[in-house]
Design a protein around this ligand. Structure first.
Ligand SMILES: Cc1cc2nc3c(=O)[nH]c(=O)nc-3n(C[C@H](O)[C@H](O)[C@H](O)COP(=O)(O)O)c2cc1C
Length: 448
């Protein structure tokens, strides 16, 4: 807070003002006003309003839409509805938020907070964090100390952890729930299920039986920020998000395939219409497709029939050798081939690719009697993520005492369900003409 004030001192007012919502006229407005006069529909109903409501309902996919006189009125109505849904219908002449405190962000517009007052609630402003423009966790912590009646719902482990992160009196605010228990708030009945290690030990999901929504914590989440559209069916998920969903799952929870499958089993017992993960788009259509992907990743099954070539190269000779291999794979009819220099791509992306492809070639020079460090890091990541069930070939390189192939094989053969080509292709400094047949052998092994 103090820092924020200090930092704002260098900010100058804009020379040109940017108006929040200045009226825009398109030329037909007067005609419509005149038409309303002429037809005597100077009212809250009329053909044009009906049509606006019909278009809005169609566009948003809702059953009905209601046109209101202004945005403030719409916010008021939304606040009233939220209050009634949470606390039930208010008595006559009383607001739906009577006696309730509503924590509000202070980076807002008065129209979005006034409805709290119209509905007899009390807005409590939480300072904004300078960097993220979200509620400041420190200010939120202070708000909890000022308003002891505010409750946080969690399992016992959540609160043990919360005490490690925060200094406020956590116990005073905690409402402890267990798996199988329910919590009623107005029309909603929430039930809870533990999904340990997906991806922390205290992880729990919440199911709202009223709207059939699964609040799935980290499960079904992705890396990346939303850019406007919030539902998975509003974006090209497969093109724009699937890679990041896989990279998230594989890197963060990939090691815990068994626990993910246990969580999916619990979810299968529920009638789910919507999945709200902690991050990434919300799912309300095609849930089976997403769940299938999770099954595949958690079972360490490849998603694609594709060859992945992962190589390291100091002087470029290993790279030339795998380029020749890629060409031969293509000549043999292989259409999905991906090549990565492990020195230039972040291991999190490589791990995601590895989980995707069914066949992988590891190619690496010897480095101080060991594996080139970037490749060694990747291999230890694979072992740490419990990676399994693929077809593998190994290519090694070196100039005086070649050992990278043997060392890579030791790590890879320690992983479950790997089918590793028996012979390692050894390149002495550079690939020779007579070794081209060895490349053919790798191609036929991978294509068998
Ligand atoms: C720092 C360093 C350490 C190396 N250590 C070994 C080694 O222990 N044994 C070996 O046979 N070659 C070693 N080499 C040589 C490379 O493995 C060899 O020249 C190889 O052909 C390089 O392949 P590239 O052309 O794909 O980079 C080392 C090279 C460097 C730069």
């Amino acid at each position: 807070m103090n820092n924020s004030i200090k930092d704002l001192s260098g900010i100058e007012p804009f020379e040109k003002k940017i108006y929040l919502s200045s009226p825009t006229m398109h030329g037909e407005e007067l005609e419509y006003v005149k038409e309303a006069f002429d037809t005597n529909w100077l009212s809250t109903v009329g053909m044009n309003i009906n049509e606006a409501e019909r278009i809005a309902a169609q566009y948003t996919g809702c059953g009905y839409a209601v046109a209101l006189s202004c945005g403030t009125a719409a916010l008021h109505m939304a606040t009233r509805l939220a209050g009634e849904r949470l606390y039930g219908q208010a008595p006559p002449n009383k607001g739906a938020l009577q006696g309730k405190k509503v924590f509000c962000s202070d980076v807002t517009f008065d129209a979005s907070v006034n409805p709290v007052a119209y509905e007899d609630g009390e807005a409590v402003f939480i300072d904004t964090e300078y960097d993220t423009w979200n509620m400041d966790p420190a200010a939120l912590e202070k708000a909890f100390s000022i308003y002891p009646e505010v409750k946080l719902v969690g399992n016992a482990k959540t609160f043990t952890m919360m005490k490690q992160f925060f200094t406020f009196d956590v116990d005073q605010h905690s409402l402890v729930v267990k798996e199988g228990e329910t919590l009623q708030t107005g029309r909603h009945t929430f039930s809870f299920a533990m999904i340990p290690m997906v991806h922390w030990p205290e992880c729990m999901v919440t199911y709202d039986a009223a709207d059939k929504i699964l609040f799935s914590a980290d499960a079904f989440g992705t890396f990346g920020a939303l850019s406007g559209n919030i539902f998975a069916d509003e974006v090209d998920f497969e093109k724009e998000w699937l890679g990041e969903a896989r990279r998230y799952l594989v890197n963060i929870v990939g090691k815990y395939g068994t626990q993910i499958l246990a969580a999916l089993k619990k979810a299968a017992a529920l009638d789910i219409q919507m999945i709200c993960p902690l991050h990434g788009p919300i799912w309300r259509e095609n849930l089976g497709w997403l769940i299938d992907k999770y099954q595949t990743w958690a079972n360490y099954q490849p998603e694609d029939h594709a060859v992945l070539i992962l190589y390291a190269s100091i002087y470029g000779n290993t790279e030339s050798a795998v380029n020749a291999l890629a060409g031969k794979l293509a000549d043999a009819g292989e259409r999905k081939i991906a090549m990565y220099d492990v020195s230039v791509t972040d291991p999190s992306y490589l791990l995601s690719e590895v989980f995707c492809c069914d066949r992988i070639v590891f190619a690496c020079p010897t480095y101080n009697a060991g594996i080139f460090p970037k490749m060694e890091t990747l291999l230890s990541e694979l072992a740490a993520h419990n990676f399994q069930k693929r077809k593998l070939a190994i290519l090694e390189n070196g100039t005086w005492a070649i050992s990278s192939g043997k060392l890579m094989r030791e790590i890879l053969s320690g992983l479950k369900g790997m089918e590793i080509m028996e012979s390692t292709l050894t390149v002495k400094s550079s690939l020779k003409e007579e070794q081209l047949t060895a490349l053919d052998e790798i191609v036929s092994f991978l294509r068998q």
